[in-house]
Design a protein around this ligand. Sequence first.
Ligand SMILES: [Zn+2]
Length: 280
Amino acid sequence: MPELPEVETVRRGLEARATGRRIVDVEVRHPQVIVGSAELFEQDVRGVIGRLDRKGKAIAVELLALNGDAPHYLLVRLGMTGQVTVVSRDYPLEPHTHARLMLENGEEIRYRDIRRFGRLRYCTREELEEIFSGMGPDAPAMTDAEFLAALAGRRTPIKSWLLNQGRLAGVGNIYADEALFAARIHPLSEARSLKPAQARELRRAVEHVLRRAIAMQGTSLRDYIDIEGRPGRFRIKLKVYQRTGEPCPRCGAKIRRLVLGGRSSHYCPRCQRRRRRSRR
Ligand SMILES: [Zn+2]
């Protein structure tokens, strides 16, 4: 599933390839990936592509109106298997291509999504701000103070806390496991049980793993590709994620897997000891 580094890689690719281009026509091939009416989406998504913003795992494409009206936005969420590519308009159409945004230069932006959990939404500035305000701070930009405040009093396992997009935006299963390993914290530790020094260590680990992954264009496990169709290169750097049974790169103990909320967590049983809140 694309997480912040993969989404940021797509954002940068779109910025390089599509900024300043005008969308002249839209074809929706599967309405399930569109929020609201697919017919209106086809009519409304027009204009010159301006700024590309991202918060968490969502990309906002600014659409500048030619008549000087207020800009609108195209919000892109990749879901589980969403892919955005920019190709020549005569490039053969691949299966599961659900939307095509034709550009004036003979290229087009294609949205492809095998599982169809991703969504494209046309919205106003106000709607976009409301969506973004429902998310926590963007994970790599979070301060120690924000991080500590958000942890306070939370009984939830730290792994689940990291995945909650309302607390901090952008971290998914891969980078949560990697950050917990780097900070030597057991995934089932209660969020509130972390000592301030550990919490700061974890925040730094989250930022570090996300920034390193962005620098390597993300992690490709199955479906993720960048705008040019290339996989990310961070997979070889993963230390615990999907390495069950392999030796811990720090201590040699076998990496274990546990299931929490229907999702796998990978951790070292020796480096990442479970702690409970001490009773008073
Ligand atoms: Zn270890």
